[in-house]
Write a protein that binds this ligand. Structure first.
Ligand code: SF4
Length: 324
């Protein structure tokens, strides 16, 4: 089959699929799966596809999570589907394969970058305060990285830091410059105000992963007084605007009980988070707080609890150190 026919078929399939992500999810989710089966090779993500099919049949927690995606603002949901599922995975995957052959090296599915080392907080054990606000990537440099990445088939960009949202205006500008990419940022969440929510709704392709480290006492003991409430306010704002977001949780030997509890998972889901990314505390620098390191037993317990909640809770849980 020629490349142009293949591309035309793919475009047709995507335009059909975009119709199915609107309207009644109970009717359209099975149709969406039929379309995926028809237009993608059988061995592509076959285990994930089987798992989704099972989830639909059993109406499991994963199915509940898919239903939650249908609650997002329509334009944002469409951009997420187009950029994250189609551009970053199917279309990007094919370009990456070609680039891999051509250059003889691996091409990443996502590119991580730090727009700035600056941060408006000063959490215990974090290196950001030591670096201050001296290290910044210019808008032009970030734009160039994304342009070059897209040529190689990479459509997913993840900002870390520092606090990426101290560069709010540039972050939004980059979303506008590359509407075919999905941008995710690990953020402390304190700079997500009403105006920024409107900007996210306007550009549609930005997803925050907000740091939360348990309930108020545990969270604020490392991140600062009042930060828990600011994060709750930011999540409530995004939920009200039907914006997608997740949580990023660093676990230490002090908060591990909190963040591995059912109550914590329910809190994240009720707050509107679609995913949670767990990391264990990693000390950096000469003055790092070694006493916060989780013990081997705590890490093992965390490993099992995350996997147990994956079977029951309507939130996508990623175990950074162990899933890789
Ligand atoms: S918010 Fe993040 S980058 Fe800023 S001090 Fe805290 S841990 Fe470090």
């Amino acid at each position: 089959m020629s490349n142009s026919i293949k591309a035309a078929m793919q475009n047709f399939a995507v335009s059909q699929a975009l119709k199915y992500i609107e309207g009644n999810p109970e009717e359209n989710i099975p149709k969406l799966m039929e379309l995926v089966d028809k237009y993608t090779p059988e061995d592509w993500y076959s285990s994930q596809r089987n798992a989704i099919r099972e989830a639909i049949e059993e109406k499991s927690n994963w199915y509940q999570l898919i239903l939650r995606l249908y609650e997002l603002a329509p334009g944002v949901r469409k951009a997420f589907f187009q950029n994250f599922l189609f551009n970053a995975s199917l279309k990007g995957g094919a370009i990456q394969e070609e680039a891999k052959e051509k250059y003889g090296c691996n091409i990443p599915w996502a590119i991580l970058l730090d727009p700035t080392s600056a941060c408006n907080l000063c959490c215990t054990g974090c290196w950001a305060a030591e670096y201050g606000n001296k290290l910044n990537l210019s808008l032009e440099d970030i734009n160039s990285i994304v342009r070059q990445g897209k040529e190689l088939g990479t459509y997913m960009y993840i900002y870390t830091g520092g606090e990426p949202l101290v560069r709010k205006k540039d972050i939004i500008k980059l979303c506008e410059m590359h509407p075919d990419c999905e941008f995710l940022a690990f953020t402390n969440g304190t700079l997500i105000d009403e105006e920024f929510c409107h900007e996210m709704l306007r550009v549609k392709n930005f997803v925050p992963a907000i740091s939360l480290e348990g309930f108020e006492k545990a969270n604020d003991s490392r991140r600062g007084q009042g930060i828990y409430q600011k994060v709750q306010d930011a999540m409530a704002r995004m939920k009200a605007h039907k914006l997608p977001f997740g949580v990023s949780t660093c676990y230490t030997n002090r908060n591990v009980e909190d963040v591995s509890s059912e109550k914590y998972f329910d809190l994240m889901i009720d707050s509107g988070a679609l995913f949670v990314w767990f990391f264990h505390y990693m000390p950096v620098g000469n003055d790092a707080a070694l006493e916060l390191l989780p013990t081997p037993e705590q890490r093992e317990e965390m490993y099992h609890r995350i996997r147990a909640f994956r079977q029951t809770k309507a939130i996508f849980s990623i175990d950074f150190q162990n899933d890789a």
